[in-house]
Ligand binder design. Structure first.
Ligand SMILES: NC(=O)c1ccc[n+]([C@@H]2O[C@H](COP(=O)([O-])OP(=O)(O)OC[C@H]3O[C@@H](n4cnc5c(N)ncnc54)[C@H](O)[C@@H]3O)[C@@H](O)[C@H]2O)c1
Length: 253
């Protein structure tokens, strides 16, 4: 919850794609107490429902909706449903993402490459495309895209992910320029190595290696990313738009 007296997210609904797990779930937990309503949009229907039920039991209006961000028609249908059932989307947090397999560019399977770009980059675009026109009309709103330190640096074996996250940062910067005059802010957050199911799914030994590479000497917690998202989505960050914000224990250095 925002500390008393500190402005929270813009009025309306907080919509979190990929909100059922890891960083997205931490964002849902952090933002929901100050939101009029919170929507968890995720392919993992069961985990989304579980989290929504937990927050609803605490008296917070929270809804889980199944969504595949890769599918533009499904995203359009989601926004149509929200328009009929929820306060307008004031905050969009795009967390849905996959890392894809680890392979050098010359051996990358085109289908795997396509899936990574569709989820991380096109998915983010589809969600922004649904939210921005309404935010522009209302003259306020915030989009926080979860990029990655891989959006600023090369990571061997993850060409598709690196390309997609560089794309997310470029898309963020462009939309920020296009919508700033309408009172809408668009920023990205670039986590370093955060202890989530995505990281746990990487090949054995990876977590130890990544910890060793991180100046802070440990992995980050999803809540530490959510804290930055809460700040950036609040009025406290009203002059911040178009920028990328690492939360990486010093990894980018
Ligand atoms: N964990 C890290 O170290 C790290 C570092 C940098 C960036 N990130 C980024 O943070 C975001 C969240 O990652 P995480 O670590 O919390 O992973 P996670 O696997 O715990 O959560 C990702 C969520 O996205 C959902 N998702 C995947 N594909 C989807 C789709 N097509 N449509 C809708 N939902 C979908 C999953 O079901 C899951 O709930 C991702 O964009 C990831 O690239 C993570």
């Amino acid at each position: 919850m925002s500390p008393p007296g500190e402005p929270g997210p813009p009025p309306g609904t907080v919509l979190v794609s990929g909100g059922a797990s890891g960083i997205g779930a931490a964002c849902v937990r952090r933002l929901a107490p100050a939101a009029d309503a919170t929507v968890i949009a995720d392919t993992d229907r069961a985990r989304a429902r579980e989290l929504a039920a937990e927050l609803a039991a605490a008296g917070l209006r929270t809804t889980a909706l199944p969504l595949d961000v890769r599918d533009p028609d499904a995203v359009t249908a989601l926004y149509r449903l929200l328009a009929a059932t929820h306060p307008p989307v004031g905050t969009l947090v795009n967390c849905a993402g996959i890392s894809g397999p680890r392979r050098p560019v010359g051996q990358y399977d085109p289908e795997d490459f396509d899936a990574v770009v569709r989820t991380n980059l096109l998915g983010t675009f589809h969600m922004m495309r649904g939210a921005l026109p309404g935010m522009r009309t209302r003259g306020r709103g915030v989009v926080v895209n979860i990029a990655s330190v891989a959006g600023a640096r090369a990571v061997r074996g993850y060409g598709a992910y690196v390309a997609a996250k560089h794309g997310v940062i470029g898309l963020t910067r462009t939309a920020a320029r296009e919508y700033a005059e309408y009172g809408v802010r668009v920023v990205s957050v670039s986590p370093g190595h955060i202890a989530t199911p995505m990281l746990e799914a990487l090949p054995p030994g990876t977590t130890r290696r990544l910890t060793g590479e991180t100046p802070a000497g440990r992995l980050g917690h999803p809540g530490e990313v959510a804290e930055l998202v809460a700040f950036l989505s609040s009025e406290r960050a009203r002059y911040i738009t178009g920028s990328d914000h690492p939360v990486d224990g010093g990894w980018l250095g």
